[in-house]
Design a protein around this ligand. Structure first.
Ligand code: FES
Length: 155
């Protein structure tokens, strides 16, 4: 399926949008990881691991790479939040990151930040925008990447 030009309830979104899951797949105040692949400018495919946090109708996306040691944040699969559930936490040394900005506010990489991933919510799907994703061919337990439709007028 060809990706389409994206438009969300706030108007057009620059570039192509790739639906990675439905809003209902991530409960509010929870986070979930996705192992995607993106196409670099030279045409090569690179792993693109991201974490998506949902907070009500808001979603925040970051690359799943701790700025301290460049490891994934979830040392237990999909365990991204601190015990209070209000910050992202790296499982290796416990760095804490603000949900809305990705800035490290406590821990060995204090002051640094997670790399943001641009998201849009289109027809109740959470979509990655601003990058070119490679289509997955294998069908394991990951969600298949599909394109967003721009039908309908938003919610
Ligand atoms: S690797 Fe994340 S806090 Fe050290």
């Amino acid at each position: 399926m060809e990706p389409s030009i994206a438009e969300d309830e706030n108007g057009p979104v620059a570039g192509v949008a790739y639906a990675i899951c439905s809003m209902s797949d991530i409960p509010s105040q929870r986070a979930r990881g996705f192992e995607l692949s993106r196409v670099a400018e030279d045409g090569t495919e690179q792993p693109f691991k991201i974490v998506v946090v949902r907070w009500g109708r808001q979603v925040f996306g970051y690359e799943n790479i701790c700025p301290h040691d460049q490891v994934n944040l979830d040392w237990e699969r999909n365990q991204f939040l601190d015990p209070n559930g209000i910050r992202l936490m790296c499982g290796k040394h416990g760095a804490l990151f603000e949900l809305g900005t990705g800035t490290c506010i406590e821990g060995p990489c204090k002051g640094k930040g997670l790399r943001p991933v641009q998201l849009a919510v289109i027809d109740n799907d959470i979509c990655v925008v601003g990058v070119t994703l490679a289509e997955e061919e294998e069908d394991d337990d990951e969600e298949e990447i599909t394109s967003c439709s721009d039908e309908g007028g938003g919610v």
